[in-house]
Design a protein. Structure first.
Lengths: 773, 485
């Protein structure tokens, strides 16, 4: 085993499971995160004063005691921001510091800057703030009733859903509730800012979007973009939580550093991090579906209400993606979708792996589950019946043709490999014999669209340098948050140049190297930046090939790069040697590279177009056991088959799939966000907010990659793998529902809400018993 | 007169004067030594990113224990050896087996939790040459990873023994630690803060009597948070960890006496040995690093309504031994708790030990914990029941619950309605109704009052199913965590 791993590590070609480029640094404690950077002399530290009301006018602020506290250097309020007091990514409704009005409990009002972090935190408590309390909207239902929106409602229509419902043999109505989710990146939000000469700033910021941080900081300070450099080597996790919401901290730290002309660090205490920042959007769904005797869907109408929180942030694109994933892998006939971005006086919800897609897709899976039970069928049959066709029934509600459908083959394969049918019978047998414990089984599919829904974000740049010792440095617009992006990009460059991966070093994202980058988000990191880096490497390779061809008088097209050698027939030279000669002959040994995803279009108003370059597919089978007395459950077995195309790095891809599975399972089971009547988030630390731990990883856990080539010319014909597998643990949720339904002979649909905590499960059981009476 | 703090780190003696008593080990590492491998993820001992290993002299051997550096006060390291993630590489720069295994099995993604995992794995490597999956889970139950889903980490743990063992001997460190052991107490005195670590119970009792406002510190798994989260000042601390007598577990005619400085893990090993029915509660109590630092008596003294040890201890008729100056008195554990976070301790009085009586013959005992997560979660409801049957009649029954009231509390009405009754469906249904009268639970982020009420009743029913005279059900039929296939 050891030898195999080491041998793979020596291989250069993509497709090898080389370890994460920082693995050795990680295990040695030598990987540098922002808080680990050796501090500059005179560094100051910030703690934030947060609103204690969900919605209120601030009638007075007395910060005298704060300013007089030991070690305090200054206190920053909205009035101290020289430029725009806004850090919203799309719409200008996100104050950096509250100015007169607070809109959620936890909103930053002031920032204490002190010579120690503890002193800053202690001083925060000395502020005297008086509020005039205003009515607060704390839940989606109330906000929807009051038509309280952060953005106008969205609407998608295909055909005439009303008429299809009228005409359908069977109709079903229902409600579905799914909670939000805290990203819980292990490294909290942090920005460290050093002032530079001539009004410039250097930021080390844990962010998925350095370019946006550069822009919002420049706006806040009213300076040019070229005065701000943002550098990001690695994050200790992001998951979407550091896409837009690193901005507020970057801005506050920058305002302080700019004003004091001293280095300033803003590292949040975990509780403050969770109180201030937004989470995955919780959704409430109201649906009606029409179907025939067999379970074939003829039309569906759904209202989706997302908890946006107090501002728009990324809610627009999140809700758009929810709308565009309501179909998941199914052809739905006539469809009417209305989607609401509900304004509530809570944290402004934001990106989280899947970005609305999981919520939208969960709704259709729930509906199909309901249809199956209504007709007395195994949900699996109804799922298969409704899958997109290959030649017909293959247009999504938003008008894109599904050209790469492999869901039928993939499902057939996993049904077999997981012994689904035999286990379905075994589960039924277990349930016949067990009054207290019940088992449940579910197989759920995934189809997930890849690309940013905003066409122009689908671009990337890279720089590749070859030095005269043959070592290579690659810099690109993506950020490393653990997903292995730098490893994959390095593999692409090594493959292109025919050299060992050890020769290639990926470096920190830096806005002064590659400009105008997109967020590392929407699972597009490798697709975009891999292609851009390949383009850069290819240009240098072409120059080297040309030089080689001239030297050896061979045809350029026949020059090959492999095994650290450049060859043509019997002519051969070491890569390093060639590089030295090329340099001496004044061949440019560095290049930029650029990529834009082809063929995308999207009409935002009509909600029609082809927003996705391709789709990624997958499926999972989960088996659970549920305690019908307490609502506790345990995942006994999970089998996954997932389509990563021609995987660049199977170990990394499997790591993404398994990690997303467990993370998504947390969202749907143990991770519960609760706010009290005052709007205070009461689950704001790991003591009260429970992400999965090691025992939650099932004893039987099999993950395999589906053998497939991307039909589109994505990087090395691979497929994006960051977000799609987050939908795989739907299987866990529906297995729990299956177990509960067994108590009423699978005739009644258990009203199970997500997250399926023991309490939610027991509630569903009690409701089922009540209905069965 | 202030002593200097002395401990070993990577073979070097660290000797510090003027240590702020509440400075955490993590602050010291990151801010003073610039050893930034250990990370802060939560500053409350709940994520494990800061995990370090402490080696302590126990008799003639070294005990290696993983603890959370974020809530461990620096002075508590006195006389011990500290290992951090930076300590593990060999002199030639090669990785330790636990590190190499994590690389080879792809156990890190973002890497931020990794140093903490490495240190928990290092402690496991030192303590267990062939762990099962369940033992791996236990050892790593205090480490959160948000990226991997844990499967590759489990695999790395399984395979870390495949690599050549590092050339290391404890002999030198043993010798060094012997040289650091104090014959007398230790004190640190600053202008604003004092810290005393007495070495005898008498010294402790007298110190506390003279300074009844002092904060007694044992494991610090709660007091640590007062500092890191509530930013409280603790001007005077008396630390129990150097009192050898309080670190004793003694057995007398089957009774177990557990001293105030015995860690939860050591105490639970003993208790679960005698009461295997409590093993799951012991396993699910916090995590290994918390149980390595925290003490059982600390949990009892804290008296939190959600402390998991108390319901079981109460139904076992545990007694507490209180000490004030030279005065010693005893009382039943159940009488210690007066109201929310209020107890019967007088000024300057502390719990010296608890005594669990010898196992009653034919006792039927269970302890059930309900929470959102199996590992390291705070109970919504924790119920312990101890019952003796006389034929099919309930000769005696004790039921205690946590999470249901302002204090851990016996279910007096439910107990009363069962005593002397035939142990059957009717009786248990009646008792479930009485249980609703016994408690008026609160709704909070862990569960609603309604859930707590229903679940508590159902747990009593589970106990009935497991202990009924006819066709009792095994754990596999009532406990999802006992189901394997």
């Amino acid at each position: 085993m050891e030898d195999r791993v080491k041998q793979q590590a020596r291989e250069t070609a993509a497709g090898a499971s080389v370890p994460h480029e920082s693995a050795v640094l990680h295990v040695a404690g030598e990987a540098t995160y922002v808080d680990d950077i050796a501090e500059l002399a005179a560094t100051c530290y910030i703690a934030l004063g947060l609103s204690q009301q969900a919605h209120a006018n601030i009638t007075s602020i007395d910060l005298d005691a704060v300013k007089a506290a030991p070690s305090v250097v200054t206190v920053i309020t909205a009035a101290d921001i020289p430029g725009n007091n806004d850090c919203g990514p799309i719409i200008a409704d996100d104050p950096i510091l509250a100015d007169g009005l607070v809109q959620y409990l936890g909103q930053p009002i002031f920032a204490v800057v002190a010579t120690s972090q503890t002193a800053a935190r202690k001083a925060v408590g000395l502020a005297e703030i008086e509020y005039e309390v205003l009515p607060a909207v704390l839940d989606v239902a109330t906000g929807k009733d009051q038509e309280s929106w952060v953005l106008p409602p969205m609407c998608l229509r295909r055909g005439d859903a009303e008429q299809a419902l009228q005409a359908a043999d069977h109709k079903l109505k229902g409600q579905i509730s799914v909670g939000g989710q805290e990203q819980f990146y292990l490294e909290g939000q942090i920005s460290y800012v050093a002032p530079k000469e001539d009004g410039c700033l250097h930021l080390w910021c844990s962010t998925q979007h350095p370019t946006e941080m550069q822009q919002v900081v420049a706006h806040a300070l009213d300076i040019d973009f070229n005065q701000v450099v943002v550098e990001m080597r690695r994050m200790g996790g992001g998951f979407g939580g550091k896409e837009s919401q690193s901005a507020i901290f970057a801005c506050i730290a920058s305002v302080a550093a700019y004003r004091l002309q001293r280095p300033v660090k803003l590292r949040l205490d975990r509780d403050d991090d969770m109180m201030v920042t937004g989470k995955r959007h919780g959704f409430e769904f109201d649906y009606e579906v029409g179907f025939d005797e067999t379970g074939l869907i003829q039309g569906a109408r759904i209202e989706m209400a997302a908890q946006a929180g107090f501002s728009a942030d990324l809610t627009g694109p999140v809700v758009t993606r929810a709308v565009c994933h309501f179909d998941n892998a199914y052809y739905l006939g006539d469809v009417a979708i209305d989607a609401y971005s509900v304004k509530t006086n809570t944290q402004s919800n934001t990106a989280f792996r899947g970005f609305g897609g999981p919520q939208g897709a969960l709704a259709i899976e729930y509906i199909i589950d309901d249809i199956a039970r209504t007709l007395g069928k195994d949900p699996q049959q109804v799922r298969k019946l409704n899958f997109y066709g290959k030649e017909d029934r293959n247009t999504t509600p938003y008008g894109q043709t599904v050209e790469d459908n492999v869901i039928h083959e993939l499902i057939t394969e996993i049904e077999e490999s997981s012994a689904y049918c035999a286990r379905r019978e075994a589960v039924a047998a277990f349930n016949r014999d067990n009054p207290v414990l019940r088992k449940g089984l579910a197989l759920t599919p995934v189809k997930f669209g890849i690309s940013f829904n905003v066409v122009h974000f689908n671009q990337a740049g890279a720089l590749v340098h070859i030095y005269t010792d043959g070592s290579v440095l690659v810099n690109h617009g993506g950020t490393e948050m653990g997903q292995g992006l730098h490893t994959k990009v390095s593999q692409v460059v090594a493959l292109e140049l025919g050299i060992d991966i050890e020769q290639v070093r990926a470096t920190a994202n830096d806005t002064s190297k590659v400009a105008n980058t997109s967020a590392t988000a929407a699972s597009t990191g490798s697709d975009l930046n891999g292609k851009a880096a390949q383009d850069a490497a290819r240009q240098i390779r072409n120059r080297l090939a040309g030089f080689f061809a001239a030297q050896f008088e061979v045809a350029v097209a026949e020059v090959t790069f492999a095994d650290n050698l450049v060859s043509c027939g019997d002519k051969q030279i070491g890569f390093k040697e060639l590089v030295v000669q090329a340099y001496e002959n004044r061949v440019q040994l560095w290049s930029d590279g650029f990529y834009k995803t082809p063929g995308l279009n999207w009409d935002r108003d009509a909600m029609q177009g082809s927003p996705f370059y391709y789709f990624a597919y997958g499926a999972a089978v989960a088996e659970v056991v549920v305690d019908t007395l307490t609502g506790e459950f345990k995942l006994l077995q999970a089998d996954i088959l997932h389509d990563a195309g021609n995987s660049i790095n199977p170990a990394i891809d499997i790591g993404q799939i398994e990690g997303a599975f467990i993370q998504g399972m947390g969202w749907l089971t143990s991770e519960e966000l609760r706010w009290n009547e005052q709007g205070r988030l009461t689950t704001h630390a790991p003591s009260t907010y429970k992400i999965p731990t090691i025992t939650d990883c099932p004893a039987k856990f099999t993950t395999r990659l589906y053998q497939n080539l991307n039909v589109k010319d994505a990087i090395l014909r691979s497929k994006a793998v960051g977000e799609p597998p987050l939908l795989l643990p739907f299987s866990v949720f529906f297995a729990i529902r299956d177990a509960i339904a067994s108590l009423a002979d699978n005739r009644i649909n258990p009203p199970l809400h997500a997250p399926a905590t023991p309490e939610a499960i027991l509630d569903a059981i009690d409701a089922l018993h009540a209905e069965a009476k | 007169m202030s002593d200097s703090l002395r401990f070993m780190l990577d073979g070097e003696l660290i000797e510090l004067d003027r240590v702020e008593p509440t400075r955490t080990v993590l602050q010291f590492l990151r801010e003073d030594l610039l050893r930034v491998g250990s990370k802060e993820g939560c500053a409350e001992g709940d994520c494990g990113a800061c995990t370090v290993v402490i080696a302590e002299l126990v008799g003639d051997v070294l005990e290696y224990r993983a603890v959370n550096a974020c809530i461990q006060f620096l002075p508590t390291l006195d006389g011990k050896a500290l290992f951090t993630v930076e300590s593990l590489k060999a002199a030639d720069g090669s990785l330790h087996p636990v590190q190499q295994s994590m690389v080879d099995y792809h156990g890190s993604q973002c890497g931020f939790c990794t140093p903490g995992f490495i240190m928990s794995m290092f402690a496991l490597y030192k303590n267990n040459p062939a762990p099962t999956r369940a033992e791996i889970d236990d050892a790593l139950s205090g480490n959160l990873c948000r990226c991997t889903g844990y499967r590759p980490i489990i695999e790395a743990c399984m395979h870390m023994y495949d690599y050549p063992a590092p050339q290391a001997s404890d002999a030198q460190l043993l010798e060094q630690l012997r040289g650091l052991q104090r014959q007398q107490g230790m004190s640190l005195e600053l202008e604003q803060a004092r810290y005393y670590a007495p070495s005898t119970v008498d010294e402790l009792a007298s110190l506390y009597q003279q300074n009844p406002h002092a904060r007694i510190l044992a494991g610090g798994t709660d007091v640590g948070l007062w500092v890191t989260k509530q930013l409280r000042e603790l001007p005077l601390i008396i630390y129990l960890g150097n009192v050898a007598q309080l670190k004793q577990i003694s057995r007398r005619d089957g009774a177990i006496e557990i001293g105030a400085a015995v860690t939860l893990n050591d105490a639970f090993d003993e208790i679960a040995g005698q009461y295997p029915e409590l093993a799951e509660m012991c396993r699910r109590f916090a995590s290994v690093p918390v149980r390595n630092a925290g003490t059982l008596v600390g949990n009892v003294a804290n008296g939190s309504p959600i402390g998991d040890s108390m319901p079981a201890l109460m139904v076992l008729d545990t007694r507490v031994k209180l000490r004030q100056g030279s005065t010693v008195r005893e009382m039943a554990l159940a009488d210690l708790y007066l109201d929310y976070m209020k107890n019967a301790l007088q000024a300057g009085e502390f719990i010296e030990a608890i005594e669990i009586p010898a196992r009653e013959e034919a006792i039927l005992l269970r302890c059930y914990k309900l929470s959102k997560r199996f590992d390291q979660d705070i109970s919504a409801v924790c119920m312990a029941v101890a019952m003796r049957l006389d034929g099919d009649r309930v000769a005696d029954i004790r039921i205690a619950l946590g999470g249901m009231a302002a204090i851990p509390k016996r279910a007096a009405l439910a107990e009363a309605c069962l005593r002397g009754e035939t142990w059957d469906e009717t009786a248990v249904r009646n008792a479930m109704q009485q249980l609703e009268q016994d408690f008026a639970p609160l709704s909070d982020m862990r569960a609603s009052a309604s859930y707590r009420g229903r679940a508590a009743g159902n747990l009593l029913y589970r106990f009935f199913l497991e202990t009924r005279p006819q066709q009792p059900l095994g754990a596999q039929a009532v406990n999802v965590f006992a189901v394997t296939g």
